[in-house]
Design a protein around this ligand. Structure first.
Ligand code: DP6
Length: 329
């Protein structure tokens, strides 16, 4: 609640889906497929919201004034909060990521979760965590999962909120992200998934497979069965990319190095290292492994980079916690 507050800074972690959301079934990014994700402590977004005595909002991203689609999306987002009477007045938003924006690294997930939490401090009445997750979802579907953090699930439906399946500390796994391409992607997830829904002959099939993967993964997670969860994650990733590839025009998010790294994970498994690969709507590869193997996996990737593989950076991360308020004044 407002309580005379003038500035709030919140932080949220990005998340990588083990079971993917690709496609919408209604307004507010209501997902057509259920998803499960792991929040990553090393990939955080920090957003400061300041109340301003002005007739316009001010939007600053990574030190620069927001422009174009990003700006339009943020303004539309603030309009959702105002239309529902949750906030009034104008604000200055200043957001920063600890990782490259729009490189397929779930920057919108972390950004909108941090923004929703910071904005909620200016709300006329107190919001529950579930309400906050729903509101974050209006900014970006995957963002709903960054509110609870840890291992989180977002079901389908008209207005779902993400639920935490396990806290960060309980999750025995982490991820190592190989940045294959730090450039902004050509087709955003937002546009891409809408194109897939409209044009891919595999879209219906993808949503059916996604439901199945979700149910099986929930089961495998109960016993922390990494081999089963990892296999399902890889299958789910490939099924989503099959849907992307059969979209018209086709969505090719991968680079040659993306495919090489996915194959590399398979061959590392044959040597006894439990590691599984996933990619989102971008060329980067995230490798799921035991927390105790994070350094080993990161080292292997760095060795590949030194040997000339097209890897720009390697980020090893423990699971991340829920979105949190950092400062209020
Ligand atoms: C491939 O949440 O970025 O990363 O709801 O349109 O903002 P919008 O899309 P977004 O899509 C994420 C897609 C994905 C899979 C996932 O994170 O579940």
């Amino acid at each position: 609640m407002t309580d005379g507050l003038s500035q709030i800074t919140a932080q949220a972690c990005a998340n990588i889906a083990l079971c993917k959301y690709w496609g919408k079934q209604g307004p507010g990014n209501a997902p057509a497929t259920p998803s499960i994700s792991l929040a990553l402590a090393e990939l955080a977004a920090t957003t400061t919201v300041t109340r301003v005595e002005d007739s316009r909002d001010r939007l600053v991203l990574n030190g620069r004034r927001a422009t174009g689609v990003t700006r339009d999306r943020l303004l539309e987002y603030l309009a959702v909060w105002r239309q529902r009477g949750i906030i009034s007045g104008c604000f200055r938003l200043e957001a920063r990521n600890s990782f490259p924006t729009a490189a397929g690294l779930a920057s919108s997930a972390a950004g909108y979760a941090a923004l929703a939490l910071a904005l909620s401090g200016f709300a006329k009445s107190r919001l529950t965590r579930a309400e906050l997750s729903r509101l974050a979802r209006w900014g970006s579907g995957s963002s709903a999962r960054s509110i609870p953090g840890g291992l989180a699930a977002l079901a389908t439906g008209k207005d779902p909120a993400a639920r935490r399946l396990a806290e960060a500390g309980e999750v025995p796994w982490g991820m190592v992200v190989a940045l294959v391409d730090a450039q902004a992607k050509q087709v955003s997830s937002r546009e891409g998934m809408e194109l897939s829904r409209r044009t891919s002959r595999f879209f219906e099939e993808w949503t059916r497979i996604g439901q199945q993967h979700y149910r099986e993964m929930r089961r495998a997670l109960r016993s922390w069965d990494l081999a089963r969860v990892g296999e399902l994650m890889e299958e789910n990733t490939l099924a989503m990319h099959a849907c992307m590839l059969t979209t018209r025009p086709p969505l090719f998010y991968w680079r040659a190095a993306t495919v090489e790294l996915m194959q590399q994970a398979r061959s590392w498994r044959q040597t006894g290292l439990q590691v599984y690969a996933t990619t989102d709507a971008g060329a980067n590869v995230a490798l799921l492994c035991k927390r105790s193997d994070l350094a080993r996996v990161a080292q292997r990737l760095k060795r590949l980079k030194s040997a000339g593989a097209a890897i720009a950076d390697v980020i090893a991360s423990e699971p991340g916690g829920p979105a949190r308020i950092v400062v209020r004044s």
